[in-house]
Design a protein around this ligand. Structure first.
Ligand code: GLN
Length: 309
């Protein structure tokens, strides 16, 4: 078995040296300012040992990676009734697409495309004020990562609120079918703010450990979800976590993973490790270009693909 620390250090050196960095997201003006030269990686094994390299301690905007955690929270609140409000099939469409909503009565294909994540946020919001719902999401992240310093970048949230016309269209369109229950502005406000949570690779890998270990943090023994639920969340990440790039990600990397337009990817090697990578430049599907290559390299060198070596 290759040494994890060595592999992680090698990957960081290789990624930092590559000229092909992808393009940073520009549709959220605050994200356009991020330097595409960054690369960070953190891997936490079953014993809690952390292998980290590059910019693993630099906070970045987690964006859609937050949707793994809002899905977990919403399932905790309403259980399998959630699947009446959102599907669990890959969309084969870009993350911000609206086309399927018309044909499928306003029910989004899965919880990771924007429409689906907005519907999930609406479930968390129900019965609460926006500030309370957002506080619950943030505290959940802080609890999972065991780190109270995790915060929301208000400038990013406001930047997206000012320019999020597509998300507003998706939310209003779902509202017309009754899929969104709360005032659209409230739901969108919470959604933009949870996407604007900033975390480091190390914090993100910490937060997601329960998904690599049958729903439990293996160090504290604390159970976050049942083993069955962890398995199912991982299944949705594998099939839908990279939008219309999900098939290619499974083919190349072979791990459940969730990307965000901030350039982060959270991935799970079941029973082995919780992983976070960050490289701000994106590919055409809006997934981190070098993040994917780094994970592909890691899975290959460690023999971690869930489909076998
Ligand atoms: N893919 C993403 O990370 C998209 C999240 C972003 N906040 C949006 O709604 O457009």
């Amino acid at each position: 078995m290759p040494d994890l620390n060595t592999v992680v250090a090698e990957i960081a050196a290789e990624m930092l040296a590559r000229p092909d960095r992808g393009d940073v997201a520009t549709y959220i003006p605050e994200l356009a300012r991020v330097d595409p030269k960054h690369f960070g990686i953190a891997v936490i094994d079953a014993q809690g040992e952390i292998a980290a390299a590059g910019d693993a301690e630099t906070p970045f905007s987690i964006q859609s990676v937050s949707k793994v955690f809002t899905l977990t929270l919403a399932l905790g609140k309403v259980g399998d009734r959630l699947w009446r409000r959102v599907g669990r099939e890959p969309s084969g469409s870009p993350f911000n697409s609206i086309v399927q909503l018309e044909r499928e009565e306003g029910v989004p294909r899965n919880p990771f495309i924007n429409a689906g994540a907005i519907a999930v946020t609406d479930v968390i919001l129900s019965g609460h004020k926006p500030r309370e719902a957002l506080g619950e999401i943030l505290r959940f992240m802080q609890f999972l990562a065991d780190d109270e310093t995790i915060s929301i970048d208000k400038a990013v949230a406001e930047s997206e609120a000012r320019t999020g016309f597509r998300n507003a269209a998706l939310a209003n369109y779902m509202k017309s079918f009754g899929v969104i229950e709360n005032p659209v502005d409230y739901t969108l406000g919470v959604y933009f703010h949870h996407c604007a949570i900033t975390m480091t690779c190390r914090q993100l890998a910490m937060a997601g450990r329960f998904l690599a270990h049958r729903g439990k943090n293996p160090t504290t023994g604390h159970s976050v979800v049942t083993p069955e639920r962890a398995r199912r969340i991982n299944a949705v990440m594998l099939t839908c976590g990279h939008y219309d790039g999900s098939g290619d990600f499974a083919y190349r990397v072979g791990l459940p993973g969730k990307s965000g337009v901030g350039g982060g990817i959270f991935a799970v090697a079941p029973g082995k490790a919780s992983i976070a990578v960050w490289a701000p430049g994106l590919d055409a599907a809006g997934n981190s270009h070098l993040g994917r290559i780094a994970l592909e390299t890691l899975a290959k060198r460690m023999g971690w693909s869930i489909f076998g070596a």
